[in-house]
Design a binder for this molecule. Structure first.
Ligand SMILES: [Zn+2]
Ligand SMILES: [Zn+2]
Length: 348
């Protein structure tokens, strides 16, 4: 099969690799029809995080079940399924409490599982991991493109908004205009936020934030951005949704949080270890920090129901589509910020 392989910073190739096979009775093989390049892939692509060369990449698969192991009960060949960015068993202590990312028997999509940006993946723990799309929606292309972000960014935006405590009538500030930030805006609106201030650096992306429900946008940088957002919210928001992970955006998040408020964070932390977090400001103003890697499997059914009834559609985040051979071009386009998020249709 064809699959994308990381060779080193700035270099993704598409290679012939062995097609994954059933290895355990709880496995399923999925023929990938839709997948995506993620903002988090850019960390290793840019050399800002370590990754071994020669490793398969991708972690947002959707497709058709081709084969299942003897113990798989929830899906069968021919079913349309999607999967979160981590594999989870569905029945350990942490899966049961909705913290699937801490599954004691969890796994990723790389290695022998095939990588998510290729023609096939093996899903270990298929019953705990795969989410089935009801048959009547299984071949509706528009619906499938709205479902695909549930593999990661939409669930992650939802986790950020929940972690920040957004609820009916809330005023919140969403930091970041990448795919997760935009999904954070959608999530905040869905949870009933009344005012949503979206902060980012790209006018075209902030336009999408407005389409998604942002009531105000701030495109300034640094101190000026903090001042502007604080002014708009008369002293900061009680709920700050941090969707970047860089040290500077964590500082912005703390800076725009109202005393007694909560910052929900979901961006993979980068640079925060070196620069530290402004704990003293948090201490002084009793600012809470909640969140972490999003257990998107926990939110899949709830968000899927909304997509299927037509009240949730994150698909505008996909601004470019490629086939499997186009994955390297997809990385380039995201790296150069030509595309917000790239949809990959392996058999395009
Ligand atoms: Zn992702
Ligand atoms: Zn588990």
């Amino acid at each position: 099969m064809r699959a994308a392989v990381f060779q080193g910073p700035g270099e993704i190739t598409v290679e012939d690799v062995p097609k994954p096979e059933i290895e355990a009775p709880t496995d399923a093989i999925v023929r990938v029809t839709h997948t995506a390049v993620c903002g988090s892939d850019l960390w290793f692509y840019r050399g800002e995080s370590d990754r071994d060369s020669g490793t398969r990449v991708g972690h947002e698969p959707m497709g058709i079940v081709e084969e299942v192991g003897d113990d798989v009960r929830s899906v069968e060949p021919g079913d349309r399924v999607f999967a979160p960015f981590v594999v989870s068993c569905g029945h350990c202590e942490f899966c049961r409490k909705g913290l699937h990312t801490s599954c004691v028997d969890g796994d990723g999509w790389g290695g022998d599982n095939g990588g998510g940006q290729g023609e096939y993946v093996r899903s270990p723990h298929a019953d705990g991991t795969l989410v089935r799309v009801p048959d009547r929606h299984a071949d509706d292309e528009e619906t499938l493109e709205a479902i695909l972000p549930l593999t990661d960014v939409m669930g992650t935006g939802h986790h950020a908004a929940l972690s920040a405590g957004v609820e009916e009538g809330s005023t919140c500030i969403v930091i970041g205009d990448g795919a997760v930030g935009l999904c954070g805006v959608l999530a905040a609106r869905r949870l009933g936020a009344e005012r949503i201030v979206a902060m980012g650096h790209h006018e075209d992306r902030l336009d999408i934030a407005e389409e998604f429900g942002a009531t105000e946008t701030v495109s300034a940088r640094g101190e000026e951005a903090v001042e502007r957002a604080t002014e708009l919210t008369y002293g900061g928001a009680n709920h700050v949704v941090e969707c970047v992970g860089a040290a500077s955006s964590m500082d912005t998040a703390i800076g725009v949080c109202r005393p007694g408020g909560t910052v929900g964070y979901v961006g993979v932390p980068h640079g925060v270890n070196e620069d530290g977090l402004d704990l003293l400001s948090m201490f002084r103003d009793n600012i809470a920090l909640r969140g972490g890697v999003a257990p998107v499997r926990a939110y899949a059914e709830e968000l899927l129901a909304d997509v299927l009834q037509g009240t949730l559609d994150p698909s505008p985040i996909f601004t470019k589509t490629v086939d499997v051979e186009g994955v390297p071009e997809g990385y380039r386009a995201m790296d150069e910020r030509e595309a917000i998020k790239v949809l990959v249709k392996p058999e395009h």
